[in-house]
Design a protein around this ligand. Structure first.
Ligand code: NIG
Ligand code: FE
Length: 395
């Protein structure tokens, strides 16, 4: 501990989840009771029993509340305009989700001013902070023009460094007769304009979107431009998405609602994270992804919101955790790990999703004695404050 940053002691922590298996109870959650955390500026400097805590400049007593690592929401479509509640109501009345509504959001997003996009993103981000999220990934994909995609990434970058170019979200109507020309645009001028603003390249490889071969073309071009691959796959039906993710050793394949045992083995062997989006399954009335088979096979599972106006107008990671526990049969401990450390793996980050010494001091304080309350009390305000880089940002 050194330098001019204040040393802050967070004490009175009834249950501390560190995600550092070398401390505490030896489980993947690295759980300590009656604990304290010491922050040196924006980093974790110490954790251990409260009785052994060192002196500090500032002392915060949490009165027995639980502390968990800040949620890492590794899949969001943060920047968009408009809403599609009528489409949701139609689905609840029996209409299937086809991805066709994406063009409704594209039209609204193209027509919106940059300030409108910025204030919509800020509203969602504020909700995320209040529910304990400290890192998000944010995708483009609702403009589908060179300047429009670049604008979405510029706005996204104001909120996060984890930005993803998703020009291959769906084929825009104006290219209906010429798929190849659109894929060439995505891999050419659009990528050139967007790559400097993105860390990741993504493609929606599914029925009604892009084929396995088109997805390969997009990922190949993105990787050649210096981006890291991830993709949307296996949401609407069983298709080649997960296999393409394995071929490219992608960081993550997201949705995974329809996987075969072969896909699962391929993801494990290639070290691809399976990011599950239970609120998208909820809002499209799809079957829930089979988390238990993935976990049994040894695949790393992440959980994220997929925040977007079509399939998951959700900003709350506690709700994601509750659905993962109730509907996907993950244990509360597995779901919490996947929503924090799992998300960090999906973003190839080792400085977040954990409260190990040296990690970013990103955490959520719960109005509860244990992390189990996140799933046990869905819809309640269980997160009472959120800290990012050692600073309280909500609560
Ligand atoms: O992740 N599946 C593709 N993209 C989004 C949905 C986009 C929309 O319907 O607007 C998703 O679910
Ligand atoms: Fe998505």
């Amino acid at each position: 501990m050194s330098g001019s940053a204040p040393i802050t002691l967070i004490t009175g922590i009834g249950e501390l989840v560190t995600n550092d298996p070398s401390v505490g109870d030896g489980s993947p959650l690295g759980l300590l009771r009656e604990a304290a955390l010491v922050l040196d500026g924006e980093r974790v400097a110490w954790s251990g029993p409260a009785a052994d805590a060192p002196a500090a400049d500032v002392r915060v007593d949490l009165g027995g509340r639980a502390v968990v690592p800040g949620f890492v929401d590794s899949h969001t479509h943060l920047v968009f305009a408009g809403e599609r509640s009528a489409e949701f109501a139609a689905r609840m009345a029996g209409e299937p989700y086809t991805g066709g509504g994406i063009m409704t959001t594209v039209a609204a997003t193209r027509a919106a001013s940059t300030d409108e996009l910025r204030s919509g993103a800020a509203r969602c981000l504020a909700e995320m902070r209040w529910s304990g999220t400290t890192t998000i990934e944010a995708k483009s994909g609702y403009a589908l023009t060179v300047d429009g995609e670049r604008r979405l990434l510029e706005v996204s970058r104001e909120s996060t460094p984890e930005t993803t170019f998703l020009g291959a979200h769906v084929l825009p109507t104006e290219y209906a007769g010429d798929r190849d020309a659109y894929v060439a645009l995505v891999c050419g001028d659009m990528l050139t304009a967007c790559a400097p603003l993105a860390r990741w390249i993504d493609v929606f490889c599914d029925r009604g979107a892009f084929s396995g071969e088109e997805a390969r073309q997009v990922l190949r071009a993105g990787v050649a431009a210096g981006l890291l691959p991830r993709l949307h796959g296996n949401q609407l039906e069983h298709g080649p998405g997960a296999a393409v993710a394995a071929e490219f050793s992608a960081a993550s394949v997201d949705h995974c609602t329809h996987l075969t045992a072969e896909d699962v083995a391929g993801l494990r062997d290639a070290g691809v994270v399976a990011t599950l989006l239970p609120c998208a399954d909820f809002s499209t009335r799809a079957p829930y992804a089979d988390a238990r088979s993935l976990l049994a096979a040894g695949v790393t599972v992440a959980l994220a919101t997929d925040c977007n106006p079509g399939t998951s107008y959700v900003t709350s990671m506690p709700l994601v955790i509750a659905l993962a526990v109730r509907e996907m049969r993950m244990t509360p401990a597995e779901a919490l790990w996947s929503a924090t450390a799992g998300g960090a793996r999906a973003l190839r980050r080792d400085d977040i999703g954990t409260l190990a010494v040296g990690a970013s001091a990103d955490f959520a304080v719960l109005e509860a004695p244990s992390h189990i309350h996140l799933a046990y009390r869905p819809g309640s305000r269980v997160v009472t404050s959120t800290w990012k880089s050692g600073v309280c940002v909500a609560g």
